[in-house]
Design a binder for this molecule. Structure first.
Ligand code: NAD
Length: 720
């Protein structure tokens, strides 16, 4: 009779012997060292080849009768195993339940060899050990890890809308306890080796140089005591002292709902499965885990989250239109002109990453109070503040972040250029003004580009905008600088509003139209929140500033952008002092600048005149609000693609998620269009476009609907 292990061996393609990942050596008597080192790759990934080689290696080692133990380790400097092969998962999302269950069983069967072998197994962990990469060590008798800060452990599958499927949910609570395991798996958070040690997840933390030596000693100790045999039997039973299951469901159920960063579907499935199976023998927990995996595998949320993962991963390798091979100039001191909402946040970002700053603002009071505050927060950094542009002389980079008008910015940029040396990079944080317009007044436009922080405190995305004369070196340095702030740069071509603000403008424009036609501000915001945005369009306007939105919108409109219509509502609010959160009132009132919003009855009295009263039955329901707003954004996205503002259409989806909070579990605006179907987008825009050709479907959308071609032919981005 063939065992499952045999079946697996047969099901995998035999690896190319010249290109193997696993290599076994015997430097210590009676101990086999399994070294994992994926060729031509920075990471070990649990792909078919690694499974197959581990399976075969363990089968061979289990035949030997003189082994005391086996040490599993990685030759990679920063990674033990980075997780499962996501490309394979992305290619199999349509699998039926039976195949998913089989996929889980097969992985477990290979890993189970580490807990069935007639000798002690130990995982010696250095570097990232996450997802399936941690499930494998959980099958070993012992785990030892280095104290190096690069050694991080965790089961972050829920962040991809998945659940650990190779017994992570069954073994972790039986190795630690149910509370710890539920906490780690439902949050997906990653922990250090010392935290893992304090939880009992690993057995020892040692300096990197002592890792193998300590692993050898542990094997010698444990194989003599034979305690591993007792532990193996014990783990096959239920979770020890499960505690109050109801209390665990309540505690983590509440946290799942509150955690807005992770879509709740997969964590809820995990919580149900882990509490349901905790009192059962481990085999029943495995089966329950397979069922849980089948529930989430290929779910819309998981597809979206996996797409988001690929978008971020792609960006790490290629952050847009930039030559990553060019060596960037070194930035140590950054000048920031304009110490308002954005200037302050950029300054904080720079200081947090160890850069010195020079701060300059036309308003001496603002400048001094911001500089004093920053000095209190960062006493160890050099913070100069001056009203004199000469203070910028020693900066390698100066970022202009003054009010959003061409006249003021032009003047400020000219003053900056005459104060700094020829090599200094100058950037504008403009929200929408084309870089070309601002560069026209400069003598060294090659040294100038846009560095548009979408919102330095709330968003990761930073648009690096190449003006027509920006040099490649300027862009390479700007991208590297943004990365050094631990932000996400996307380098792109020039054009009013770049990417994020064009998409945002399309959203705001549509929201204002829907409001004008009678639907309430709260209903619109609530529909978009329900879809997954952290705030609705009107809440977003208040965060950015009503005036900033107005000026940015006006710039785009003047450049001929079709995504903006000149609604009288924003100018009216600005005129009445309703500037958003920063002034305590905008579309909502904010008694506390950082506190929750309140409905403001005064507001309606100001903007009611711009609203057509509708009969209640004609007001849009939640679904229609979302479909109309998102279809308008899709339309703008296709225009951005046509104008070749971005190098790759995927950058638009990254920009909308990381730039203004589009929910990652919907995968991006173009990904959403694929999911909902291009016909829905076409129909929505056709109906909206009856009254305004700016919002009518363009030829790109018509063609796509005609040919039924998706934006994403595959989930995985092409490798260059
Ligand atoms: P803000 O009104 O809060 O701050 C602007 C600052 O510029 C003020 O402190 C003002 O005193 C100063 N200033 C005005 N004229 C000046 C001059 N001639 N010289 C020196 N300082 C001068 O505005 P903000 O929200 O910080 O926006 C600044 C820039 O950042 C704008 O271009 C805006 O479009 C852009 N931006 C804003 C956001 C946002 O969410 N608010 C996001 C990204 C980019």
């Amino acid at each position: 009779m063939t065992t499952l292990e045999d079946e697996i061996s047969q099901s995998y393609n035999m690896p190319d012997p010249t290109n193997t990942i696993v290599n076994v050596t015997y430097p210590h008597t009676g101990i086999a060292m399994i070294n994992m080192d994926a060729p031509e790759s920075a990471a070990n990934i649990l792909d078919e080849q690694l499974f197959s080689e581990l399976d075969r290696t363990m089968a061979e080692l289990m035949e030997q009768d003189d082994l005391q133990g086996v040490i599993l380790f990685s030759a990679k400097p920063t990674i033990f195993i980075a997780g499962a092969d996501l490309k394979r998962i992305a290619a199999t999302l349509d699998w039926p339940e039976k195949k998913i269950v089989e996929f889980c069983q097969r992985g477990r069967a290979v890993m189970a060899r580490f807990s069935r072998c007639p000798f002690v197994s130990i995982a010696a962990i250095h570097g990232a050990c996450v997802g399936g990469g941690l499930e494998l060590p959980l099958w070993c008798d012992l785990r030892i890890a280095t104290s190096d800060r690069r050694t991080i452990l965790g089961l972050p599958e829920v962040k991809l809308g998945l659940v650990p499927g190779w017994a992570g949910t069954a073994r972790l609570p039986r190795i630690t306890n149910l509370d710890i395991a539920v906490d780690l798996i439902t949050s997906g958070r990653l922990i250090s080796a010392s935290e893992a040690n304090s939880m009992g997840l690993i057995d020892a933390v040692v300096p990197q140089e002592a890792l193998i030596e300590e692993a050898v000693k542990m094997i010698q100790r444990v194989s003599i005591s034979e305690s591993f045999i007792f532990d193996r039997k014990k783990i096959m039973g239920p979770v020890d002292a499960v505690g109050d299951l109801e209390a665990i469901v309540l505690k983590y159920g509440k946290r799942i709902i509150e955690n807005k960063e992770i879509f709740p579907f997969a964590p809820t499935v995990v919580l149900e499965h882990m509490t349901r199976s905790a009192s059962l023998p481990i085999k029943a927990a495995w089966n329950s885990e397979s069922v849980a995996m089948a529930q989430v595998y290929g779910s819309p949320a998981s597809r979206g989250l996996i797409n988001h993962f690929f978008l971020v991963d792609h960006n790490k390798k290629q952050p847009g239109l930039v030559d990553m091979k060019l060596p960037p100039a070194k930035i140590r001191k950054v000048g920031i002109v304009g110490a308002g909402l954005m200037g302050q946040a950029i300054a904080k970002n720079c200081l947090q990453r160890g850069l010195d700053i020079v701060l300059l603002d036309a308003n001496a009071e603002i400048q001094q109070s911001v500089a004093s505050q920053l000095k209190r927060e960062h006493p160890d950094r050099t913070i100069e503040s001056s009203e004199n542009y000469e203070a910028l002389a020693g900066c390698e980079l100066v970022i202009e972040s003054v009010v959003e008008t061409v006249a003021v910015k032009t003047l400020v940029l000219q003053k900056i250029e005459s104060a700094v040396n020829d090599a200094t990079l100058i950037a504008s944080n403009t929200s929408a003004i084309p870089i070309e317009t601002l560069a026209n007044s400069l003598n060294r436009p090659a040294n100038f580009c846009g560095i548009h922080f979408c919102h330095p405190e709330l968003m990761s995305l930073v648009e690096v905008v190449c003006g027509p004369e920006s040099s490649e070196q300027t862009i390479a340095t700007a991208v590297k600088f943004v990365k050094s702030l631990r932000k996400m740069p996307v380098a792109m071509n020039d054009g009013a509003g770049f990417v994020v603000n064009r998409l945002l403008a399309a959203m705001i424009d549509q929201a204002l139209r829907i409001f004008t036609n009678g639907t309430s501000i709260e209903a619109i915001d609530s529909a978009m929140r329900e879809f997954g945005f952290p705030g609705g369009p009107f809440e977003i306007i208040d965060v950015i500033g009503v005036d900033t939105c107005l000026y940015a919108g006006r710039t785009m409109w003047e450049s001929g952008s079709q995504c903006v219509t000149l609604s009288p509502i924003l100018p009216r609010l600005v005129k009445s002092g309703f500037l958003g959160r920063k002034k305590g009132k905008g579309f909502y009132a904010y008694p506390d600048a950082r506190g929750p919003r309140q409905w403001d009855a005064d507001l309606l009295s100001i903007i009611e005149i711009y609203r057509n009263e509708k009969d209640q039955s004609q007001l849009l329901n939640e679904k229609l609000i979302v479909t109309q707003i998102l279809s308008a954004i899709v339309l703008e996205a296709t225009r951005i693609i046509e104008e070749e503002i971005v190098e790759d259409f995927r950058d638009i989806d990254l920009c909308i998620i990381e730039g203004f909070g589009f929910p990652p579990h919907h995968g991006g605006i173009l990904f959403w269009a694929d999911q909902v179907g291009i016909d829905t987008v076409l129909q929505t825009l056709t109906s909206l476009g009856k009254n305004d050709s700016n919002i009518a479907p363009n030829s790109a959308i018509r063609l796509q609907a005609k040919n039924q071609t998706p934006f994403y032919p595959t989930l995985t981005p092409p490798t260059k």
